[in-house]
Design a protein around this ligand. Structure first.
Ligand code: 13P
Length: 342
C-alpha cells in the first residue's frame, strides 16, 4: 500500500542510528537551564544557543528531527537563515511543541492537566507553513500518596487524543507524550503499574478519536525507580521492565517509540536505550527524544561564551553519536569512558 506523507515522516524520525532532539524548552524552562551556567535569559542568548546546537557539523548524522518552541521556529540563525531551513539543510526535520503547559486539575490541585487545544487547528496550519512536519504535546502524570487518580489519567489521555487527531487532520505527525514523573520516592514496580495504566488509557483514547497509529510516535517515560527511592533498579532491570510494559500496551502498528529522558543522567539515558535495543527484536523502532540528556554536557561546555562554541558542539555531537549507537545496542561503558576523557 502507498505510504502517506505522515507515515514517511514518522519513519524518517526513527530511521536507524537517529533520534530526536527536544530543544523546545519554553522561555521559562530555558531560564532554569541558563541559570545553572549563569547565562542571562535574553532572546539573543536563546538564539545563539540554539544556533550552536543546530549548526554542529554532522548534525543530521544522528538527529532526525528537532522539537522547537514557537519563538525558535520564527527565529533566524546567526547568519540570517530561518532555523527551519538550517535544520532542513542539515538533514533534520523541524517539529513544534504545541501544548501550552500544565495547570492544576480542577478539584485535584496536586495533579496536572495540559492546556493548548483552543485555536490549535489554526496554529497547526501556521506551523505547517513555517516548515513544521511533526508536533509534540506533553501530559504529566504525578505519582504520590493516592496519586495518580484515574480521572487525571483519563483526562490527560483524552486531551492527548484530541491533539493527535487535530495534528493528523493538518498533515502533521503527532508525538504523543504521556510522562509519568520520576521525582518521587516510589519503587520501579509502582512506576511500572502507573505507566502501564497510563498507556492503556492513552491508546484507548487514541482509538476512540480515530488516530492513525501508523502516523504517530509515542514519547513515554522509561519504567524507572523514583529519584528519591533508596533502592535504584539496575540498567538491566530498567530495560527489561520498560520493554515488558511497552509490549503489553503499545500496538505494533506504531512505527516508533522515542523516550524522554525525564531527569536521568545523560549516561544512564544512553545506557538504558542501548540495553533495550540490545535485547531485540522489537515490534517498533526504539529511539530517543531527549532534552536534558542530549544538552546538559553541551550547555556546561558553552557557558554562554562564543569562545566555547566549538567545544560545546564537540560534546553535543559526541553524545548524539553515543545515542545513535544505542539505537542498535552498540554503545558500551568503554565508549562512555572514552567520551568522558576527551
Ligand atoms: P527531557 O528529555 O529533558 O525529559 O525532555 C524531553 C521533553 O521533550 C519533555 O517534554
Amino acid at each position: 500500500m502507498k505510504q502517506t506523507d505522515m507515515q514517511k515522516i514518522a519513519q524518517a524520525l526513527v530511521a536507524p542510528k537517529k533520534g530526536i532532539l527536544a530543544a523546545d524548552e519554553s522561555t521559562g524552562t530555558i531560564a532554569k537551564r541558563f541559570n545553572v551556567i549563569k547565562v542571562e535569559n535574553t532572546e539573543e542568548n536563546r538564539r545563539n544557543y540554539r544556533d550552536l546546537l543546530f549548526t554542529t557539523k554532522g548534525f543530521g548524522d544522528y538527529i532526525s528531527g528537532v522539537i522547537l518552541y514557537d519563538e525558535t521556529l520564527r527565529q533566524k540563525g546567526r547568519d540570517g537563515t530561518p532555523f527551519a531551513k538550517v535544520l532542513q539543510k542539515a538533514g533534520s526535520i523541524p517539529g513544534i511543541k504545541v501544548d501550552a503547559g500544565t495547570v492544576a486539575m480542577t478539584g485535584a490541585p496536586e495533579e496536572k492537566v495540559t492546556q493548548g487545544l483552543d485555536g490549535l487547528r489554526e496554529r497547526l496550519k501556521e506551523y505547517y507553513g513555517l516548515g513544521a512536519r511533526f508536533a509534540k504535546w506533553r501530559a504529566v502524570i504525578t505519582i504520590g500518596d493516592g496519586l495518580p487518580t484515574l480521572a487525571n489519567i483519563q483526562e490527560n489521555a483524552r486531551l492527548l487524543a484530541n491533539y493527535a487527531a487535530l495534528c493528523q487532520e493538518q498533515n502533521i505527525v503527532p508525538i504523543v507524550e504521556p510522562e509519568v514523573l520520576m521525582d518521587a520516592d516510589n519503587t520501579i514496580e509502582r512506576c511500572m503499574a502507573v505507566t502501564t495504566m497510563t498507556l492503556h488509557e492513552v491508546f484507548d483514547a487514541l482509538y476512540d478519536h480515530c488516530v492513525v497509529l501508523e502516523e504517530m510516535l509515542l514519547k513515554p517515560n522509561m519504567v524507572v525507580s523514583g529519584k528519591k527511592c533508596k533502592k535504584q533498579a539496575s540498567v538491566e532491570d530498567t530495560a527489561a521492565m520498560t520493554l515488558e510494559c511497552l509490549r503489553r500496551t503499545v500496538p505494533a502498528a506504531v512505527p516508533g517509540i522515542v523516550f524522554l529522558s525525564g531527569g536521568q543522567s545523560s549516561a544512564k539515558a544512553t545506557a538504558h536505550l542501548n540495553a533495550m535495543n540490545a535485547s531485540g527484536p522489537l515490534p517498533w523502532q526504539l529511539s530517543f527524544s531527549y532534552g536534558r540528556a542530549l544538552q546538559e554536557e553541551a550547555l556546561a561546555a558553552w557557558r554562554g561564551q562564543d569562545k566555547n562554541v566549538a567545544a560545546a558542539q564537540k560534546v553535543f555531537y559526541g553524545r548524539a553519536k553515543l545515542n545513535g549507537l544505542a539505537r542498535s545496542g552498540k554503545y558500551s561503558d568503554k565508549l562512555e569512558k572514552e567520551f568522558a576523557s576527551v
